[in-house]
Design a protein around this ligand. Structure first.
Ligand code: NAI
Length: 331
């Protein structure tokens, strides 16, 4: 039998946490033969709720779940973890300035970075979900210099999955037959969902999404806007932000990272830019990646047309501004 892997979920008493922890305990994230020990962190006002989640995990009697640590102590939470899913953060409240929210999150991510660096397992893989996800991940990277930058990522897989979903709805086909969409850039409304290289499995072989949709105006207009605005549409409908789809996508992100992407398929991950596709180095930016042996690699050599170029640059600019804002909050 395999040794259990310790998985940290911060903000575990929140909405996404509540959807995510049972998925992890069922093997959705690390596979059906991988036992896990869940580490759940939240803040003192949520301690009682967190304990309630722990009670439910016990009650669910998950065969793969070998232990639960529910704590408000960041050191205890981070100790020995091999996977860290950072969902906890300070939400933007009505009337708050962007800078105030950023200041709160910068200080949270700074202290959690230090705890992870000192106490997590060597080679711990980190996924930041909490917004602003890309910039929180960047702060985490800066304050955990001994964690390799390749181990720090942020979640844009939800946006990627939303794009697959929209294409499958439009073409009235199975979502599992669509692949290789790309989310470029920030997990925000400036992201660029790109289908220029996406394909669909059909009875007569793989076909480009562009050809099957055959409506460039829709692809350049409504499709992009729908994916960019999907989070807001869910809030409007549910009066709460997306949680089950965020949790499921976080599992997809880690699973593909650890276990690998299928041959011929790429996924979108927010990763540290090395300057690929002329994206400024040193931003956490969403790229198409393939994964093998527990490591991601940016897909190289894709053609970028003029329309796409502008969109890639626009979302990079927003991320550079966010980065500058985050740094100004540090001083
Ligand atoms: P929520 O408000 O229900 O839960 C957040 C939890 O984090 C709360 O229990 C809170 O007490 C906790 N928390 C706050 N500060 C903390 C700290 N310093 N340490 C540990 N825990 C802390 O929010 P929800 O809906 O679960 O969303 C969580 C985050 O995920 C938000 O920032 C949201 O914007 C983001 N998000 C990101 C998505 C993505 O695709 N990247 C998609 C959906 C949401």
């Amino acid at each position: 039998a395999k040794n259990p892997v310790r998985v940290l979920v911060t903000g575990a008493a929140g909405q996404i946490g509540y959807a995510l922890v049972p998925m992890i305990a069922r093997g959705v994230m690390l596979g059906p033969d991988q036992p896990v020990i869940l580490h759940m962190l939240d803040i003192p006002p949520a301690a009682e709720a967190l304990n309630g989640v722990k009670m439910e995990l016990v009650d669910a009697a998950f065969p793969l779940l070998k232990g639960v640590v529910a704590t408000t102590d960041v050191v205890e939470a981070c100790t020995g973890v091999s996977v860290a899913v950072m969902v906890g953060g300070f939400p933007r409240k009505e009337g708050m300035e962007r800078k105030d929210v950023m200041t709160k999150n910068v200080s949270i991510y700074k202290s959690q970075a230090s705890a992870l660096e000192k106490h997590a397992a060597a080679n711990c893989k980190v996924l930041v979900v909490a917004n602003p996800a890309n910039t929180n991940a960047l702060i985490l990277k800066e304050y955990a210099p001994s964690i390799p930058e390749k181990n720090i990522t942020c979640l844009t897989r939800l946006d990627h999955n939303r794009a697959l979903g929209q294409i499958s709805e439009r073409l009235n086909i199975q979502v599992s037959d669509v692949k290789n969409v790309i989310i470029w850039g920030n997990h925000s409304s400036s992201q660029y969902p790109d289908v220029n290289h996406a394909t669909v499995k059909t009875p007569s072989g793989e076909k480009p999404v562009k050809e099957l949709v055959g409506d460039e105006a829709w692809l350049h207009g409504e499709f992009i806007a729908t994916v960019q605005q999907r989070g807001a549409a869910i809030i409007k409908a549910r009066k709460l932000s997306s949680a089950l789809s965020a949790a499921s996508s976080a599992c997809d992100h880690i699973r593909d990272w650890v276990l690998g992407t299928p041959q011929g398929t790429w996924v979108s991950m927010g990763v540290y830019s090395d300057g690929s596709y002329k994206v400024p180095a040193g931003l956490i930016y969403s790229f198409p990646v393939t994964c093998q042996n527990g490591e991601w690699k940016i897909v190289q050599g894709l053609s970028i047309d003029e329309f796409s170029r502008k969109k890639l640059d626009l979302t990079a600019e927003e991320l550079s501004e966010e980065k500058a804002l985050a740094y100004s909050c540090l001083s």
